[in-house]
Design a binder for this molecule. Structure first.
Ligand code: C2E
Ligand code: CA
Ligand code: CA
Ligand code: CA
Length: 275
């Protein structure tokens, strides 16, 4: 038994070493990802449920690693956050998304929004609003074309900087969305204390909503809550026609998910849109 135990430990140890060194080497190569043009933004359509019209997109980061191929954010965002690289990467994301917003809006009749994910770390630098203002200026992007997605964890930071930055972004015409709503285990008072325009209901509540009365109950409450606070509601991760129908019946305005389109490169998406 002792022998086996040691083997198990060794196995675990090797696993751990592999995991840690994989992380370390990813961190090292991530440092060059920006300058080597290995980062790319994919765009996922956001649609109006009543008529299926695409009213905007969410920008989602992809990393073309020279050896490992395409990596999704779950593989590297936490490393970017731990190493502080997220600040530089985040600025690249903002700049690229704003450039895309200019192109998306070239022939648009109503403001076509590009939503960008901001991590806490990035948000807590004191000059984020100034950085974004400068990016708007150099790219020619209007504030109304940009949406910033943040998570509930940022709201409970209880940092006066957060409210200040949100107000500053708002005054630039930028809208603020709460991402992954319902998963944060936090009190809800932040919803009235901060200038929030959009509630994005997490995919875990949307998945199988067509057959799960419990999820219907929760989503009903989320929609009522957001609507009463004059927020737009976005359902995340809609995959089936039946889920979409259930959401429309509940009065959900907007949706995102594989049913309407997977994240894809700018050109590929642009070709499918009638803008
Ligand atoms: P998120 O902001 O909640 O983004 C939604 C995720 O769900 C995306 O994963 C998207 O590809 C996926 N998704 C969309 N529709 C469906 C669906 O119908 N079914 C399923 N199963 N999945 C769907 P992705 O692109 O891998 O991104 C994961 C997370 O990484 C994002 O979650 C976001 O938190 C983070 N992220 C992505 N881009 C950035 C970025 O530029 N900066 C930062 N800080 N975080 C980012
Ligand atoms: Ca998001
Ligand atoms: Ca989300
Ligand atoms: Ca997320």
């Amino acid at each position: 038994a002792k022998h086996k135990g040691r083997n198990n430990f060794q196995c675990y140890d090797q696993e751990l070493t592999r995991h840690v060194s994989a992380k370390l080497s990813l961190g090292a190569s991530l440092r060059y990802a920006c300058v080597n043009h290995e980062l790319q933004l994919y765009y996922q359509p956001k649609v109006q449920l009543k008529d299926g019209r695409v009213v905007g997109v969410e920008a989602l980061l992809r990393w073309w690693h020279p050896v490992l191929g395409m990596l999704t954010p779950d593989r590297f965002i936490s490393i970017a956050e731990e190493t502080g690289l997220i600040v530089e990467i985040g600025e690249w994301v903002l700049k690229t998304a704003c450039q895309a917003a200019v192109d998306f809006n070239r022939n648009a009749t109503a403001p076509f929004k590009v939503a960008v994910n901001l991590s806490c770390r990035q948000f807590l630098q004191n000059d984020l609003a100034a950085t974004i203002e400068a990016i708007l200026k150099t790219t020619g992007c209007r504030g109304e074309w940009l949406e910033c997605e943040i998570t509930e964890s940022l709201m409970i930071e209880d940092n006066p900087q957060v409210a200040k930055t949100l107000e500053a972004l708002r005054s630039l015409g930028i809208t603020i969305a709460i991402d992954d709503f319902g998963t944060g285990y936090s009190a809800l008072n932040y919803l009235s204390r901060f200038p929030i325009d959009v509630l994005k209901i997490d995919r875990s509540f949307i998945n199988h909503i067509d057959t799960d009365p419990c999820k219907v109950g929760l989503v009903k409450v989320f929609i009522a809550l957001g609507t009463n606070l004059e927020m737009q509601i976005v359902a995340e991760g809609v995959e089936t026609v039946s889920e979409s129908a259930s959401l429309q019946k509940l009065g959900c305005g907007l949706a995102q998910g594989y049913l309407f389109g997977k994240p894809q490169p700018f050109k590929a998406l642009m070709a499918t849109l009638s803008l």
